[in-house]
Write a protein that binds this ligand. Structure first.
Ligand code: FAD
Length: 511
């Protein structure tokens, strides 16, 4: 016999489990089935939250207890720049908070978090099939969806009034409906692994050998998301509860090529050790076997997010770039909006207008977010002065817009999409402009041989960002600094023979 459900959620990780939980808690009479492929979650990737993602975890999913006991509170985002591999790590230019940050954010072991959220969904009455895999999907419109599932060794067919696709990058619905598009203008790849025995950046050895480096920073650097910045690439160091460290590299294929090596883990480690702070952090580190992963063409999107009887949440709807740890932001927007629209639908409302508006705004948000923050950013990632401008402006705008909205727009914190609509669009236009200019100035600096000249001996310690007027001050500082680099750019002369040496293992000519 064919089992019938109001809602079938394919993929039971953070996005799928959150959406199932929210809907079932709201309407207990719904029959909700979650289908999850894995027997248990691995550590995945995506371990550092932003403030928007953390707001979703603490104020929508109410996970503060789990986050406090089982995960690590994040001590902000820190960026480190360098000129040459032989420079001392103590000379690397640094951007980051002076003190602990003001709003919550976390370093997550995803294997624990995703299980906890899935358990929440089961506790409110959702049904789980696991390990179970969707073999076939017929999307016939609301009330007419059919799913063929392999559970253990048996094949079952279920019918679903609504299907939620939360399969991450597998994006089974978007691919089936031919809505899946790679974002070709952002050709980035990633490699990541978990390591043991990384150096404690606040440890006794650093305090004894480099007190002048340790003393000025009052926050704990070790618990931050530390980013190693290079030309065309950046690396991350994210501490996990229990002592392991997540280490990864993201690079733009147009600008950077990973040097060869005996295996992927070694290649990752040896490249990151070309950065002096990477060398300090990873010199004694050991890569955990069988936990090394690589993914190419990270950025993609679906041209539609919700249709007749189906919706996409989390990475199934699209993914941009992990630089500012905004994966959970998109999870929050897509899960919460799907929840609000389906909640209305399940009480009989006509949702066609809401759905069309969401589809339109989501596309606006995705593309504006990309063009205003990430497009061609890898050209200037390795230049501390240009990234300082971007840091003030990107983070200032983020706190005025998305963070402010998430904290103050209860209960619709996530359904008003930022960087969409008239105000979001206006911000987006200004941001697109400075982002494009910084990329252009970076290319000019490369030609002039002045790329990264401020990458040593500077520390930019910022007070914690908060939403509201304080963030406008950051925006103003960012605008002033943008003007300064524009003035400098006017007087730099191109030199045809120079290529950047900053953070490049293989010099590729900038295109
Ligand atoms: C290199 C990199 C770094 C990142 N860093 C960050 C970061 O620091 N911070 C951040 O917020 N985000 C980050 N992200 C993004 C983050 O990883 C994702 O946004 C997040 O994992 C998406 O969660 P999800 O639940 O949508 O999908 P996933 O976590 O991919 O889960 C999908 C689930 O669906 C299941 N599934 C798949 N196919 C099927 C099927 N056919 N049938 C049944 N089940 C299925 C899978 O088993 C899995 O459990 C990063 C991403 C990358 C690529």
């Amino acid at each position: 016999m064919q089992a019938a459900y109001d809602l079938v959620v394919i993929g039971g990780a953070i996005a799928g489990a959150s959406t199932a939980f929210l809907l079932k808690r709201q309407t207990p009479s719904l029959r909700v089935l979650v289908i999850e492929k894995s027997e248990q979650f691995d550590r995945k990737v995506g371990e550092s939250t932003s403030e928007v993602g953390a707001c979703f975890l603490t104020r929508v999913l109410n996970l503060s207890n789990h986050l406090g006991h089982e995960q690590i509170t994040k001590s902000g985002l820190r960026m480190w720049f360098y000129q040459h591999s032989h420079d001392s790590y103590t000379r690397c230019a640094e951007i980051g908070p002076k003190h602990q940050t003001r709003l919550p954010a976390f370093q997550l072991d995803r294997s624990k978090l995703d299980e906890v959220v899935l358990q929440k969904a089961l506790n409110v009455g959702c049904e789980l099939w696991r390990p179970a895999k969707v073999l076939d999907l017929e999307l016939g419109g609301e009330g007419n969806n059919r799913i063929e599932v392999k559970l253990n060794d048996e094949t079952h067919t279920v019918s679903a009034r609504w299907v939620i696709d939360a399969t991450g990058r597998n994006a089974v619905v978007a691919r089936k409906l031919k809505l899946f598009r790679p974002l070709d203008t952002h050709p980035i790849n990633a490699i990541w692994a978990r390591f043991r025995k990384t150096t404690d950046l606040d440890g006794p050895e650093i305090w004894e050998t480099a007190p002048g480096f340790a003393e000025p920073c009052w926050a704990m650097r070790q618990w931050a998301t530390n980013h190693l910045m290079g030309y065309g690439w950046w690396g991350w160091l994210i501490p996990l509860k229990g002592g392991d460290c997540s280490v990864g590299l993201v690079y733009d294929q147009r600008l950077f090529e990973l040097p060869p090596g005996p295996n992927l883990g070694e290649r990752l480690k040896s490249h990151l050790m070309t950065h002096p702070l990477g060398k300090k952090a990873l010199c004694d580190a050991e890569c955990i076997e069988k936990d090394v992963h690589a993914r190419s063409n990270l950025a993609y999107y679906s041209t539609q997010t919700m249709g007749d009887g189906w919706a996409l949440v989390g990475d199934a709807a699209g993914f941009l770039d992990p630089l500012y740890s905004q994966g959970f932001d998109f999870i929050s927007y897509t899960c919460y909006t799907a929840f609000e629209i389906l909640r209305d639908r399940f009480v009989g409302k006509d949702i066609s207008q809401e759905r069309d508006q969401y589809n339109r705004l989501y596309q606006e948000q995705f593309h504006t977010w990309f063009e205003s923050i990430y497009k061609d950013k890898y050209y200037y990632l390795g230049d501390a002065e240009l990234m300082t401008v971007a840091f003030y402006l990107d983070i200032g705008a983020y706190f005025i817009g998305p963070v402010g909205q998430a904290y103050s727009n209860h209960p619709h914190r996530y359904s008003a999409l930022p960087y969409a609509g008239p105000i979001g669009g206006l911000f987006g236009k200004v941001m697109r402009c400075y982002n494009a200019r910084l990329a252009a100035i970076a290319k000019r600096r490369i030609a002039a041989g002045t790329y990264g000249v401020h990458n040593l001996d500077s520390r930019l310690f910022l007070p914690g960002f908060i939403p509201g007027p304080a963030s406008f001050r950051f925006l103003l500082t960012g605008l002033r600094k943008w003007l300064e680099v524009e003035c400098k750019a006017r007087f730099s002369r191109p030199r045809s023979d120079s290529l950047p040496s900053i953070g490049q293992a293989t010099p590729l000519a900038p295109s």
